[in-house]
Design a protein around this ligand. Sequence first.
Ligand code: UD1
Length: 367
Amino acid sequence: MSKRKVLLVVGARPNLMKAAPLMEAMSATTHLQPFLLHTGQHYDANMSQVFFDELGLPKPDCYLGIGSGSHAKQTAQVMVAFEPALIEQQPDLVMVVGDVNSTLACTLVASKLHVPVAHVEAGLRSFNRHMPEEINRIVTDALSDYLFTTDRQANENLRREGVASEKIYFVGNVMIDTLLKHRQRALGLDILDRFKLVPGHYAVLTLHRPDNVDRLAVLHDLLEAVGRLSRRLPVIFPVHPRTRQRIQTFGLDSLLDGYPDLVCHEPLGYLELLCLMAQAKLVLTDSGGIQEETTVLGIPCLTLRAETERPVTVTEGTNVLIGADTERLFAETQRILDGRGKSGRLPELWDGHAAQRIIARLIEVMG
Ligand code: UD1
């Protein structure tokens, strides 16, 4: 039987941790021939190449080089560049992961060319359409043929939107496959020494959501609150390029200068950040993936958003939603410092084998 060709799309940083175990699982079968396409939505070495190196992802078979732009421009440019690549490659299936603009753009193109689409991490809903990712999720799921979910709530969300049950497969979390595979290796790094940090005596901050960083008052208040917190617990802050730009444009560098224990740094590689998170007292974030990773690591996570598309991290994991409420930030931090932080359990099927389940199912259904 000839191999079925699967074109896997990556575009932005969080796609890469999800793609790595999928590529590995596909390469391990004799049934599938993977083809890796990178749209170039993220292009800086520390937002893309470092993850290929660390996670053993092969060099993309095709690179579209799209780069940054407004939502319409970025989405449209991915579509225009992806269409001829798809026509040339003629895969049996397009596989997309997550909820970034590249996910949406490639799904739209593939479905109009009648190429089946598999969406990995389907069914997540924040129910906040102000988030661009929510629009991307809804449209991608509506057009996908195979929807692979990370928790049972996602199955329910999809059914409520009218997706046929036989298209939905609860398989677990591919990002956690990557975390479990690399955790030991990450713990061997010397990054705590480099930052002069003591295990269990520092916090990690990540911040990049437009709702938090694109408005001066919100960003100012968040940074000031974390700065005050850093006087009690040092905070390491790998700064996303979007956030770096906003800090500069809003003239907030001088505010940060007043907090020497709020340590700003360039974006970190996967292993370095994992090493830092795994040994932190707590993590402050507005990232989706980090809410999941801290749940698996058993590290308390305070999420700087009002809602989450990953509710299992709250109901079963270590996650607490605090929005942009700085008083709540201090109160919850105090609880954690007092040893009363939330502990959690591992969500169902977050066991390191999600990618294998996805690939086994695809081989079954693709024939
Ligand atoms: C994107 C995703 C978001 C994801 C995040 C992870 C969408 C709608 N958003 O947001 O879901 O959580 O990635 O990082 O797809 N930039 C650089 N270098 C890069 C990439 C970006 O400097 O390699 C700067 C550019 O100025 C760009 C800005 O960051 O305009 C934002 O990049 P973009 O890809 O539009 O969105 P993110 O905020 O990264």
